[in-house]
Design a protein around this ligand. Sequence first.
Ligand code: H79
Length: 600
Amino acid sequence: MKKVKLTTKTLLTLALLAAANPVTRAQTMDEMWDSSVSGKENPNLKWFKEAKFGMFIHWGLYAKLAGEWKGKRYYGSGEWIMSQARIPVAEYKQAAQTFNPVKFNADEWAQLAKDAGIKYMVITAKHHEGFSMFDSKVSDFDIVDATPYKQDPMKALSAATRKRGVQFGFYYSQFQDWYEPNGGKNSWDFDESKKDYQKYYQEKAIPQLKELLSNYGPLGIVWFDTPGGMTKEQTQGFVNELRVLQPKSLFSSRVGQGLGDYRDFGDSEVPATPIKGAWESIYTHNDSWGYIKHDMNFKTPTEIIRLLANVASKGGNLMLNVGPDGEGNIPEYSVKFLRETGKWLDKNGESIYSSTYGLIPAQPWGVSTSKPGKQYLHVLHRPVNGKLLVPDFKGKLSKVYALADGKNLVWKKTGNDIWIDLPAIDADAANTVFVMEFSGKVPDYNLNVPVTVSNQYPENMVEATFAKLKGAAKIQSLTYSHYYGDWKHTICVTDLKNKSDEADFSIRVTEPGVYKIALEYSCSPESAKQEGSLTVNDQEFLFRTLRTSDFDKKAPLPFIKHTIATTTFTKAGVYQIRIHPLQDGLELFRLKSVSLDPVL
Ligand code: H79
């Protein structure tokens, strides 16, 4: 899939940078993307960059099947059930005969988006199953011709959404189409070697996209997915042919060949560091994109609010998916939890909408976003003593206040450190926002700032992203899944194979104290029981690796938090942590983080 390639390419480049430069770290990934995306200066991106929060909707015949086929339940991406269960077209199409979503109410859906603080909506016009959720003259396998419902829900939804000032767009699976003999990826009905993808593009995908771009008013986005079967020139021709119909509509990067207007990360992926330009992270509310009746694993309002802040703190948009059922109802918890998110955005939206990435890296207290002259502190964890550190802040600070009530806070500046006296915070709050107002030009986020370690927080995590690498060590994003296609991504230091391969971390301990040091890692059976060395604070600590499991992208990647040492920092200050194998040979482990948990 497109996203995996982009990530791998980016990280490969980082690895090459690391190889050329013996001590380096994961620097920003942004320039690469900026130069490879066509829409860098595109004025049509303005609304998108301001929007920050989108709603994705996966709705199709799979919603009617609800994750079950012939009495057997399927888990993971419900919109993949036809592929997962290898359902023949002749049987699958029968589901349309009973698909009658009479509970669908366009105004309710659009109002939910509005109430949730959502600024754009993208709905599946056609997913890989090949079924059109709109009135198509190109195919009879559509909601008007093939179902008892006989209406076009996209007409009403596009109008209701736009009426509320929310941008509207379509997801369209341009290459995969399991219903068509020449569409991508149905190998259980059709012989892949006999497929004529160009015929499919000419006879279905392009004509249908023209219908979508002609019959539903101005589209904010056309969201393509899983490109295939076209050269770069053919993709350019495809884009050009569609572009003339709606020159302002944004095409997602999964149109392929670097020809999108903005970048999408992988499914359920947030980049580790700030990224410039226009981009989006996509997540689903539970485990599946399309409705599955036994999938009740919904992210809580707190999780959604924190995810949104985290994505915004890197400079991107979050598009969160909901999967309405076969009757046309959005799941109860999606409705409730989105409305809760909307209540938070009502009060705190200033810190999200039209913002960009924060000017400092993530801290033990949370993340930050910024606007010209303003830095928003998203406090997820309050320091016990109420003294909040904003390190490496180079602007000329004029005031600090709570976003909720505008009350000024006492602060002081020591060098480039800002120390803020926080008021009491509701312990249950998902995210309490404080604002720093400043003048002067502030340089971009600096990844070289030592990671804050403080006894004011129960845990201090130093993430792999912040490693400086030596030798053959690399930083990689490992992609794997729990259920079918529900991707997870974890950034790790890998390839610590020899004594000279090292992961080094610069930390700043803000108060003297005693800390337990733990390593969070994944370790294959082959790598287990090897010795490693961690040096910090003029002491070397030895440890022996514990087995977790092999890496398998279709299974969970378990991590163990292995506590290895106790140490006392007698003075506040900057310290280096150095980690390497004690012998030459096998990879030591895949290191996710080093944590320092205060004891005294
Ligand atoms: O629409 C949602 C997904 O259905 C779609 N993108 C999001 C927005 C998507 N299409 N493809 N993929 C995601 C990647 C899927 C990879 C898979 Fe597999 C290959 C799924 C099934 C085969 C690997 C093997 C994962 C599960 C089995």
